[in-house]
Design a protein around this ligand. Structure first.
Ligand code: COA
Length: 257
């Protein structure tokens, strides 16, 4: 699949997606969002994929937000449907059945930070800056940022963060629980790939269920999903193998990714 604003590479079953409009700090314009949607649809069912890393092209930005230059044409209906579409695309990223890591290599602002929030885990270079500056434009985040940020760092901190519109550095973001890992700038991609390898050593069946169960934690279906998934896993070859291997005091041999 050929894209104008996305670069896709795969190594050892880990896909690296690079958002690539470096002259515009990888801002998410309409074309890029279309391509992102196509890309996510194309990988969602691929059983060969162990994980996905999303990063930005160039040495300045992860993604500096939605493309503000396209905002001038929006009316109420247009803005709402743009947000609806963005929310849907980012949700489809969050719903991927393998781990998705944001390797934040530069500015992650507005829609760029919302993209990172839709990833399961965030890794950032130590000096990168991130924020939700929408209030400075007289608007609020519209690609799921208010919802995901609140879930990730709690409501009080989310209100302050969104209402201030200020940028914070990676270390502060880690202290707040907004990101999981800080690396030397330039090492975030490598760290993200290592992280995916380290959490995909066991069965892909367990991975997809861990992702789904943690996604709905706190909702009223969370416990029900957990017990059903727990039950379903007993019907898999990998669970039979894992349990038998423990009893026989040997290493399990899972089907793997
Ligand atoms: N949408 C559209 N274009 C953007 C953009 C965005 N979100 N962010 C950056 N760009 C463009 C700039 O317009 C500029 O393009 P130009 O050379 O054609 O004028 C280019 O990217 C480089 O950005 P510039 O502002 O010159 O770089 P800088 O180093 O001075 O500042 C930022 C970097 C990130 C602080 C600044 O670009 C910025 O504040 N961007 C907007 C962030 C934002 O509000 N995002 C939320 C959107 S809802």
């Amino acid at each position: 699949m050929e894209f104008q604003n996305l670069k896709v590479t795969t190594q050892d079953q880990i896909v690296v997606l690079t958002i690539s409009r470096p002259q515009q700090l990888n801002a998410l314009n309409n074309v890029t969002m279309n391509e992102l949607e196509q890309f996510v649809n194309s990988i969602a069912l691929d059983k060969q994929i162990k994980g996905l890393v999303i990063t930005g092209d160039g040495n300045k930005a992860f993604v500096a937000g939605a493309d503000i230059k396209e905002f001038t044409e929006l009316d109420v209906k247009g803005a709402e449907s743009m947000a609806e579409r963005g929310q849907k695309i980012f949700q489809s990223i969050e719903d991927l059945p393998f781990p998705v890591v944001a390797a934040i290599n530069g500015f992650a602002l507005g829609g760029g930070l919302e993209l990172a929030l839709a990833c399961h885990i965030r890794v950032a270079g130590s000096t990168v800056q991130m924020g939700l500056p929408e209030v400075k434009l007289g608007i609020i985040p519209g690609y799921g940022g208010t919802q995901r940020l609140t879930k990730i760092i709690g409501r009080a901190k989310a209100i302050e963060f969104i209402a201030s519109g200020e940028m914070i550095e990676a270390r502060k973001a880690k202290e707040m629980g907004l990101i999981s890992h800080v690396t030397i700038l330039g090492n975030e991609l490598l760290k993200s790939i290592e992280l995916i390898h380290s959490i995909t050593k066991y069965s892909p069946n367990t991975m997809s269920k861990i992702l789904k169960a943690t996604a709905i934690a706190g909702s009223k279906n969370g416990y029900q999903y957990e017990r059903e998934a727990f039950g379903e896993l007993f019907n898999t070859q990998d669970a039979k193998e894992g349990i038998q291997a423990f009893i026989e005091k040997r290493k399990p041999s899972f089907k793997g990714f």
